[in-house]
Design a binder for this molecule. Sequence first.
Ligand SMILES: [Zn+2]
Ligand SMILES: [Zn+2]
Ligand SMILES: [Zn+2]
Length: 373
Amino acid sequence: MAIVRKQCLEVVPPTPPPLPGPATKCRRKGLFMMNNGNSSVSTATRDMWDNLFDGGFRADVTITTDNGGIIYAHAALLAMASPVLRHILKQAKGSGRKRSISIPGVPHDAVRVFIRFLYSSCYEQEEMKELVLPLLVLSHAYVVPQLKRVCEQQLEDGLLTLENAIDVFQLSLLCDAPRLVLISHRMILRNFKAVSATEGWHVMKKSHPVLEKEILESMIYEENMRKEKIRESNERKIYLQLYDAMEALIHICRDGCRTIGPCDKDFKEDQEPCTYAACKGIELLVRHFAGCKLRVPGGCIHCKRMWQLLELHARLCADPSLCRVPLCMNFKEKMKKQGKKDEMRWKMLVKKILSTKRIGGAPFFVSSSSISL
Ligand SMILES: [Zn+2]
Ligand SMILES: [Zn+2]
Ligand SMILES: [Zn+2]
């Protein structure tokens, strides 16, 4: 027996696993069914469950809905599909084996689509489009996670609109659907003008003024965050420019470039094109500094800038004994006599400049981690 089974295993290849996907079309026109990786249930079986619901063969539960609607169903199936319905059925009154329960507060059609889903996991796309919000509420209230997932996915994939964004936001808060809360909230903030003109917004304003206040506050917060991001980005650009200037300064004083450089350096006519972005600017500044009559701190604005760059260099310089940048050692000496407040200010600046580059400043600059604030 064992041998026969082994042969069977070798000859018959295993059934390939089903392809994942949110929904596949049922054989019946217009119907969608869940494909939660369990497509081993044949379409015929699904059709049978659907027919059982539609035909109501030996149905033993009457579900009453708003405006006197009635839906027939099977207690055993409802109890299996939803723990909440199981509990309600246990306590339901009824004569003999027939029981009656009520699902109020949502349109009759939503209850019908909901109960059909419990039978066959099928739904019509048109009905889903129209009833997705009450279906979300029903799936949450009666604890049917498969349907809840479908509703969340459908909203995310296009049923969430500017028109229903406020309703979706409120319902997803009530139905504990955090991803949907986030997505609808984001949509509200990004399209505030359009959303605040919708009926849903006006209704919420009256019924949940606290929620309205919270949304407005989050708008202000988002706006401030946006401004802060712009400010940080501009600040980063400045620090990056300073870093480039510091690199170009070292490069000019060490290697020389184009028309200037250390006196022991020969200048070739056919120099390689310079790769330092800030080199040209620093070259012009150094040339000006060399020739300016007002070459004192606070004299001319170009010289003032040069002084600042030289001082900044000294703050960043890793080894003044090997450094060829003018006045590096002098500034290092001056640093020893500076006040606590000044020291702090410079250290912060240096740290910010160094942090603009992921790789630290080595070998010419001190490392960012060595600066204690
Ligand atoms: Zn250069
Ligand atoms: Zn000058
Ligand atoms: Zn130096």
